[in-house]
Design a protein. Structure first.
Length: 246
């Protein structure tokens, strides 16, 4: 077995020059082979989810189990040396390398939509996140040109967020859900507290809300969200939310 070399840096700048090369998705058998032959990747805490045959490397999407939950990572395996590089990669123009997105997973993760604009906008948000609240207050009345698709996801360390999400999702339709969403995030409504039976215990959502949150998580993973709020355009490219509220 060829010895692997691990570069322990957070962002491994790997510049690929073959702009005209055709990327090919790796089969499950090939992914298993790559993982099996790597001392770094062949661990019980690591799952190789996807892979691309890209120029001189295999570009991999990983899930790693940590004490704080599952963490998404990227890795590159040099075809010649079998060296493993963990971290981000860039092409020759400085564009971040990413996998083709599963649009169906993203759309299944939409909690509700509002607006009559001609352009689509996707927002991943947590109703208890202070930055999300800041964005909602600042963007109110400034997104009229968009059809806004909201992906609600309560972050694990926000204890009130699950109840907030459930109260929002109890709206009978998208119009009412949007009103409740705005009431919680902009008007500081606390009507969601009526759903909390015991504040000392974790809030248990109903099954429909649990499924919605799970779909939201899948959409977040597909969009490679690293923090909230996260905003994406119609082509699922990341958008600076500051640019939307100027």
């Amino acid at each position: 077995m060829q010895t692997n070399r691990y570069i322990p840096i957070v962002l491994a700048l790997l510049v690929l020059t073959g702009a005209n090369a055709v990327d090919t998705m790796l089969s499950k058998a090939k992914l298993q082979e790559i993982q099996k032959n790597s001392l770094i990747l062949n661990k019980s805490t690591i799952t190789v989810k996807e892979g691309l045959d890209k120029d001189s490397v295999y570009f991999l999407k990983l899930e790693t189990k940590t004490k704080r939950g599952v963490k998404l990572m990227k890795a590159f395996v040099d075809k010649k040396t079998a060296a493993v590089y963990m971290g981000q990669g860039y092409d020759k123009d400085g564009k971040v390398l990413s996998f083709p997105k599963d649009i169906s997973l993203i759309k299944e993760g939409i909690s509700f939509s509002y607006g009559k604009g001609k352009k689509d906008l996707y927002i991943v948000t947590d109703p208890e996140c202070p930055y999300c609240i800041k964005f909602e207050k600042a963007s109110k009345g400034k997104l009229d040109e968009y059809r806004v698709h909201v992906i609600l996801y309560p972050l694990p360390y926000h204890k009130k967020a699950p109840a907030m999400v459930e109260w929002i999702m109890q709206g009978k339709d998208d119009i009412e859900k949007q009103k409740r969403f705005e009431a919680v995030m902009v008007d500081k409504s606390q009507k969601y507290k009526a759903l909390i039976i015991d504040e000392k215990k974790p809030f248990i959502a109903v099954e429909s809300t649990k499924r919605m949150i799970e779909n939201s998580k899948k959409a977040m993973n597909e969009l490679e969200v690293r923090g909230t709020p996260a905003v994406f355009d119609a082509n699922f490219n990341s958008v600076s939310w500051g640019s939307l509220i100027k």
